[in-house]
Design a protein around this ligand. Structure first.
Ligand SMILES: [Zn+2]
Length: 77
């Protein structure tokens, strides 16, 4: 009977230890910084026609970013 009580205490202790560890892990993941967001897509407006487009798709002129080479030529020549 004495051994049974010891066994129950040991099992209870292991169970408590394990649940504490799980709570710690949950806390750690909750306080972890959020994953880095993708770089913000920069939108530029063509100064000729005013159309908005992503900067990486724009045609870069010497003065501004344009929607097409036509508008770049139109604005700068
Ligand atoms: Zn344009």
């Amino acid at each position: 009977m004495k051994y049974l009580i010891v066994l129950v205490v040991v099992v209870l202790g292991i169970w408590l230890w394990r649940s504490n560890r799980r709570a710690d892990a949950n806390e750690r993941s909750a306080s972890a910084p959020p994953p880095p967001s993708p770089p913000l897509l920069e939108i530029v407006a063509c100064p000729v026609c005013g159309v908005h487009l992503p900067a990486r798709d724009a045609v870069s002129g010497s003065r501004a970013l344009y929607c097409s080479t036509d508008h770049q030529r139109q604005a700068e020549h």
